[in-house]
Design a binder for this molecule. Sequence first.
Ligand code: FJE
Ligand code: FE
Length: 318
Amino acid sequence: MSAMSLSNNNNNNNNNPSSSTTSSFESRTVKLAVLAREQGEGMGARVRRSIGRPELRTLDPFLMLDEFRVALPAGFPDHPHRGFETVSYIHPDSEGIFTHEDFKGNKGNIGPGDLQWMTAGRGIVHSEVPLDRKVCRGLQLWINLKSSDKMCEPRYQEFLAKDIATAENDGISVRIIAGEAFGVTAPTQTKTPTTFYHFKIPANKKLEQKIDSSFNSFAYIFSGEGYFGKEKTHCKSFFTIAFNRDGKDGLYVETKDSPVEFVLISGKPLGEEVAWHGPFVMNKREELMEAFQDYQMGRNGFEGASRWRSQNGRRCGR
Ligand code: FJE
Ligand code: FE
């Protein structure tokens, strides 16, 4: 508990070194650094899988992180989800736009810098398809839900680029997708406690970022290169860096000649059994079978699922 209150009171560490609450900063160490190569997914889409690749199957509570680059006719047409949250974040420099539709009639566009935080809960069937032939680039993160949240009512939180919390400190900029950085807190509500930061660090800078000492944490590099963790491990574009918990509540990153752009994602581990098949993530095998049956029969949250066809899905595969 003391570590938590310390991290909350101590977020101005960087710009106020003389603050009386400042503790000596200790960074986590690097557990694993691994390159995310491109692979095929969905309908003709290309993704770099970060969490979820063979060397890094899961990092509790995170199930998957994909960096996607997708343009029509590729996409992710009609498919279900149950038992977790999907976070879709379009890169601010993306040329293209994503469109989404679900079986309850929700639909919209997610453009450059926009965020959709979808809690699938007991069931969502939807279609995620680029608007046109411009390449849409971004991240999709899958966050597991605890047993008692898996069958919750589905929920969307959507934030336009202009409404995403941002902060800057000594030339380092951060877009705060969830959680708190540089004293600024995002409005995003997360069922599973999660923080998600998009940092840009210019050359020759140092960053000390607080992370709750109980959270698992990793970084994924969009571009550039930097030196991560206590041992200052050199990493570049498309690397995922998983950190040890080490009982530490901070992460150190520095740059030399080059800037670096990355996301830092951390979450409270659930410590529960995982029974996972494709779009359904439950605790027990029997619950997975129920999920398949519910989806097929259109019940327990999947009402109407089998009759529904998206409009935007028709643009896919042609
Ligand atoms: C999925 C295969 C999939 N990464 N990145 C199986 F590809 C998907 C899926 C996605 C996805 C969607 C977007 Cl918009 C971005 C993604 C995988 O939809 F859900 C299953 N089950
Ligand atoms: Fe999906």
